[in-house]
Write a protein that binds this ligand. Structure first.
Ligand SMILES: [Zn+2]
Length: 440
């Protein structure tokens, strides 16, 4: 049995575990069952696994290690989270936890985020064990809880409390990268760019508060917390941060310009809009050109004729690598002296270079299975478990290979309705991943 013989069934089976992560631990229930099933599949072929609950009952994580030829080389971590965001079944064409395989797709919540990669990793781990494969270096397979709520009860807990699980790991691959973007070349040919994630924006949620004199709504008011917060929020919401291209973005746009013959240089007027010429992926790429600070929550007051003494707001801040200090300086100017700020969540940005043996192995694996392929680095506007592993000094990449149909709006499937992944993409990805792991 080859990994490609069972990977579709495995992905479908993984989707049938409802591992919805609501963000509230008491209603997040499916992870244990799913993790135990993954462990059983690994043990069935001879792995000894470690099941670890990350700080809370039911937050199940599974680890297995396949020894490599050279124990002196650092291990490669292959990680996938098993939790998914919730889904409203009524909105879907198929039940989101059916794992239906129809019309050439595997359907369901997690199909692209990220039970596809979890399934590919599991199927390949099983094949390697059955075949007695010895990879060039140790492979550590990790199936994780709680990514969709930031990894507090998953990757971050494991890094803080069980760093031994990652002993000797120097590099890692996980989501969100390795998928193809088809572009038309000026010579009439197509090129498939495989986007390898080499960077992630920082994810920081900021609470703004203002405390001022409370008073009667009919009086002259020297202070007003609502006005202060509203002004600060309005200034932040209207502010555009400067265009700053980090190396990952610069390299990606240079490759895009080269392949399409279009101009995506930093000087392009309204570059964000111009990027939509490549399709909806522009929603992600465009968001990696600047820091952003989007007001998302606002609250104050309890009665129409009372000026409250307290008002607050929450701002979703996404900060580019190397920009944190400058970003905070700007925010302080925008909020002024009467508004205080604090981080509710603060996960720094991450960036690594697109070079070295592991990148060469990704390149070779893609080219071996797609002669029109080319790997390019890119930055993710969101966050993944890589942020946790980077804290251990692990060099992280997003590489979950998928060859996608040119017209599929891949970005829309993440957390979207009718999430699904083409069967062919998963079979292709499994072969690329196999090639990669054999040569990593
Ligand atoms: Zn994910």
């Amino acid at each position: 049995m080859r990994a490609t013989d069972e990977v579709v069934d495995i992905v479908s089976r993984l989707i049938r575990f409802d591992t919805s992560n609501t963000g509230r631990p008491e209603t997040t229930v499916g992870e244990r069952e799913c993790a135990e099933w993954v462990a059983a599949q690994l043990e069935e072929v001879g792995y000894s696994t470690e099941y670890v609950e990350s700080g809370m009952p039911g937050r199940g994580n599974v680890f297995a290690r396949l020894p490599g030829a050279d124990p002196n080389r650092g291990a490669l971590l292959i990680h996938a989270h098993l939790d998914v965001v919730p889904a409203e079944a009524d909105d879907w064409r198929v039940h989101p936890f059916s794992g239906a395989v129809q019309d050439g797709y595997i359907w369901g919540r997690g199909a692209v985020d990220m039970k596809d990669m979890a399934g590919m990793a599991l199927a390949l781990a099983r094949q390697f064990k059955r075949d007695g494969t010895v990879p060039p270096r140790d492979l550590v397979f990790a199936f994780l809880a709680d990514e969709e709520a930031g990894g507090t009860w998953g990757s971050h807990w494991l890094v803080d409390h069980r760093p031994d699980l990652f002993e000797g790991v120097t590099e890692a691959v996980g989501e969100v990268g390795g998928f193809s973007l088809t572009v038309d070349r000026p010579d009439g040919e197509v090129r498939r760019l495989y986007l390898v994630e080499t960077a992630e924006k920082g994810l920081s949620w900021m609470r703004l508060t203002c405390d001022a004199q409370a008073g009667h709504g009919s009086f002259l008011a020297a202070e007003n917390a609502v006005t202060e917060i509203a002004s600060a929020v309005a200034r932040i919401g209207a502010h555009q941060f400067p265009l700053v291209m980090t190396e990952s973005v610069r390299e990606f746009l240079a490759a895009l310009s080269e392949e399409t013959g279009l101009d995506f240089s930093p000087e392009t007027p309204d570059l964000e809009s111009a990027l939509f010429k490549i399709g909806n992926l522009a929603r992600i790429i465009g968001a990696t050109l600047r820091d952003t600070a989007n007001p998302t929550m606002l609250s104050a007051g309890y009665k129409a004729n009372v000026i409250p003494q307290h008002a607050e707001a929450v701002i979703d801040c996404r900060v580019l690598p190397g920009r944190q200090e400058e970003f905070e300086r700007t925010i302080d100017e925008l909020i002024g002296p009467n508004v205080q700020r604090e981080w509710i969540t603060h996960l720094p940005a991450y960036e690594t270079t697109f070079d070295g043996d592991l990148v060469d192995a990704m390149n070779a694996a893609v080219l071996a299975h797609d002669e029109k392929g080319r790997t390019v680095p890119y930055m993710l506007s969101g966050g993944t478990d890589a942020k946790a592993f980077a804290r251990l000094g692990i060099r992280c990449f997003g590489f979950a290979p998928l060859q996608l149909p040119p017209d599929l709006d891949f970005a829309a499937l993440f957390h979207g309705v009718d999430e699904r992944v083409p069967v062919e993409s998963v079979l292709f990805g499994t072969k690329v991943f196999e090639h990669f792991m054999h040569n990593c």
